[in-house]
Design a protein around this ligand. Sequence first.
Ligand code: MRU
Length: 358
Amino acid sequence: MNDSIDNDSIDYARYDRIRPIRWTGSALELLDQRQLPFKVEYLTCTSSDEVAAAIHALAVRGAPAIGIAAAWGVVLAAREIVAADPAEALARLEPALQRLNAARPTAVNLAWALQRMRTALRAAGNDWRGMLELEALAIAEEDLAANRLMGTLGAALIAPGSGVLTHCNTGSLATAGFGTALGVIRAGVAQGRIGKVYAGETRPWLQGARLTVWELQQDDIPATLIADSAASHLMKTGAVQWVVVGADRICANGDVANKIGTYQLAITAHHHGVKVMVVAPSSTVDMATASGESIEIEEREPGEMFGIGGVRTVAEGISAWNPVFDVTPAALIDAIVTEKGVIERPDEEKMRAAFSAP
Ligand code: MRU
């Protein structure tokens, strides 16, 4: 580490150009990530069920972003019901909350955001609809602030001139802005700590190829795309010193669920002496889940694996297995960075010290 690097030198406004989630006052606009990088088009949701469908279909994706979208989904659901007081509203909203929660199972940010909305409603007075709107806004604003802080905390771990490899998309598109792992990369590049950025394609949905390298291009940050299968070879060349990834759920023992392929990156990193950094807001920490063994891993349609960009690449009649997350054991992780600080070599004791029990 080089302490002479100025941590206050990041021009955040430069990274505020992509916002995946916009609240208009009466509707939720989601940057439709299925269309990127070729079309920047917003999908307008006017009901909570439309938000749930957009989350399930990956129009909006990334753990923090689906939590924020779901919170706005609750605001829309509140406009669909008649209730005399917050207690009645809570009861009437529950079915919509359950449908939003069921949209995707692995990222805990979704359940976390919905729980926050329930808590806000319980504490609300007559203007409970207004209170829900303020809470959704707060969830988004806190996420952006956490990302900016994590960017600096994570970048500080990286020696000047390092190469990094990232996986999936953890940037502005996956959050309220700036990003988690991509926030560390943005900060690290701005501070001269990161000299070279590699991004894995992230088969089958191609979050790395379609989203991450596009996002970095918007910021004039040069990035080199690699096939996922090139990662071990890349690490063997000595070109990267850190694998920097996000998370969908961090367990009480430090195990991390993230995009499928993260586990094999951590194994190969361990083999080659490359360090692994997980960057996620505390809303991704789930102290109620003891270890990765208990995490539900989302399995999506095998059809997502049968083609690229709408062109079929696989013969008819083939079966496929499509788990979209995996669990990296804490023992393979060098640092977990949240807005609350850095946990090096995470384990249950350090996690409990940093995050109170449920
Ligand atoms: O299926 P996705 O695209 O929602 O998966 C996203 C990831 O796995 C990200 O790495 C994670 O949500 C962190 S995003 C800041």
